[in-house]
Design a protein. Sequence first.
Length: 328
Amino acid sequence: MKYISINLYKKMIDHALDEGLHADELQQLSTSVDAISNLNAVPANHFFELHEFLDKKLGAGFSIRVGQQMKIDDYGVLGLAWRTCSWVGEIFDRSERYFKLLSDTYVFKVEKGPEISKVYLYRDAHRRGLELSNEATFSATVVVLQAMSEKMIFPVSVSFKHDPPKKLDDYQKAFQCPILFNQSHNVIAYTTEDLNLRTAKADISINKFLVERVEEETNGIQINSNKLITDIQQLIEDALPSGIPSVASLAEILGMSTRTFTRRLSEHGVTFRDLIQQKQEERAKLLLTKSDTNIAQIAFETGFSEQSAFNRAFKRWTGKTPIEYRKS
C-alpha cells in the first residue's frame, strides 16, 4: 500500500481550517481527523482524496497555497537531512535516501546544466488528487529552497503534465516565473547558480573549523591530536542525520589531504570507522533514553538507511536490541 506522512495530511487540514473550512465538513474523510494523533502515515489514496475534497471546497489554488505554508520542520527526519546540506540543490540528492520517510510515491531526478538545472518529478497522476499533490510539492519546493539559502530565489520555469486551472493567481504568486501545463513532464527548473548556493547552516558550521584551521596555520601551530579528534567527532555528530560523512569531505573541511587526515588519526590510535561507530552508538543511546523518537527515525538520525541494519549494529554494540535497551 502506498503511503503519505501524517504530517502532510495534518498540514493540509490545519491550513484548510485556517482558510475558513468548518471542522464539521471534515467528518466524511476516509482517515478521520480524530485518528490523526495515533497515526504515522495515511494511505496515499486518502491523501489524494483530501486534496480533491479541499480543492472543491476552497477553490483552485489550495494545493499551491498549502505548499507555500510548508516549513522544513514539517518534514520530520527528512527536514533534518535537508538542514545539513552544504548547497541548496543537495536537497534532491538527500531526498533519494530520505523521502521514503515522507512517502513512497515520489521519484525525483535532477538534470544539471551549465546554466539551467531541471528537477523532474516522476509521479504520473491517475487521479486529480495526485495532480494537486504534484502542484503542492513544487510550491513547497520554492519555500524550502528559500529557507535553506535564506535568499528569495525562484524557479525559472515550472511545467505540469495536467490541464491548467481556471485561475492562475496563486500559481503566479508562488512561482513568479512562466508556468506551463499539458507538458510531457512535471519539471521545476532553477538556475544552476541558485542550486549551487551554499546553505546558511553549512556556512556557519564549516566556517568555524576553517577559521580555526587558518589561525593555527598563521601562528605556525599544528592541530594537536586531542583537539583534532574532538573536531572530527563534532563534525561526524553534525553530519549523521544526513548519512555517514566521507573521509574526504571531513579532510577538506579541516584543510587536510585525505592521506594526512588518515595518518593523523592513526597517530592517535583510532580509525575513522571507530569514530563513526562511537558517535552512532552515543547518539542512539541518547535518543533511546532521553526521547520518545521512534526506532525508524533514530536509525536515520544515526546514519543508517534501514532500521534492520541499525538494529543489528546496536545489538552488536550493546548486546541488546534498541527496544530492549529503551525498556531497560
